[in-house]
Design a protein around this ligand. Structure first.
Ligand SMILES: Nc1ncnc2c1ncn2[C@@H]1O[C@H](COP(=O)(O)OP(=O)(O)OP(=O)(O)O)[C@@H](O)[C@H]1O
Ligand SMILES: [Mg+2]
Length: 137
C-alpha cells in the first residue's frame, strides 16, 4: 500500500504497521499461524501504542512458551468506546488464575494508560487476553 493511500485511509501507520510487522516476524520464527482479524484505523497516542505492543509481546511469549497452540488470532480495533485488543490462542489453556510476572506486567501496561485487561484460560480450549482503553475525551 502506498503511503498516500495509507494517509487517505487515515490508517495509523505507527500502531497498525508495528503490529503487522511484529506478528509477521513472530509467526515466521515460531511457525505458529497468526490470524489478524483487525488492525486499528486512525491515530493512537504513543503511550497507548507502547502499552499495546508491550502487552502483545508478553501475550505472544506466553503462547509460545505455554500454549502449544497452532493458531493465534489477534484483533486490535479503535471504536467509539476506545481501543480494544484481543489475543486468542487455541492451545492448552489453564485452570484458575494466571499469576506471574508476565500477566502482572500486562495488567500494569494497560493500567498505566487508564485501561483494563483480563487473561482467561479454558483448559483444553485456549487462552484469551483482552484489553480495553476507554476513549478519554
Ligand atoms: N497462552 C497461554 N497458554 C497456556 N497457559 C498460559 C498462557 N498464558 C499464561 N498461561 C499460564 O499463566 C501462567 C502465568 O503467566 P505469566 O506470563 O504471568 O508467567 P510465566 O509466563 O510463567 O513467566 P514470566 O514471568 O516469564 O512471564 C503461566 O505460567 C501459564 O501457566
Ligand atoms: Mg509469561
Amino acid at each position: 500500500m502506498s503511503e498516500e493511500l495509507r494517509v487517505r485511509e487515515g490508517r495509523s501507520r505507527s500502531l497498525a504497521q508495528a503490529l503487522e510487522g511484529h506478528l509477521t516476524e513472530w509467526s515466521e520464527r515460531t511457525g505458529t499461524t497468526v490470524e489478524i482479524w483487525a488492525l486499528p484505523a486512525g491515530e493512537v497516542p504513543a503511550a497507548i501504542t507502547k502499552a499495546v505492543m508491550a502487552t502483545l509481546g508478553e501475550a505472544l511469549t506466553n503462547v509460545e512458551r505455554h500454549s502449544g497452540a497452532r493458531v493465534v488470532a489477534v484483533a486490535v480495533t479503535l471504536g467509539p468506546s476506545g481501543l480494544r485488543m484481543t489475543v486468542s490462542d487455541n492451545g492448552v489453556g489453564f485452570f484458575g488464575r494466571a499469576e506471574g510476572r508476565g500477566v502482572t506486567a500486562m495488567h500494569a501496561h494497560f493500567d498505566q494508560v487508564g485501561g483494563t485487561l483480563s487473561v482467561n484460560g479454558v483448559p483444553g480450549e485456549g487462552t484469551t487476553v483482552s484489553g480495553v482503553v476507554p476513549r478519554q475525551d
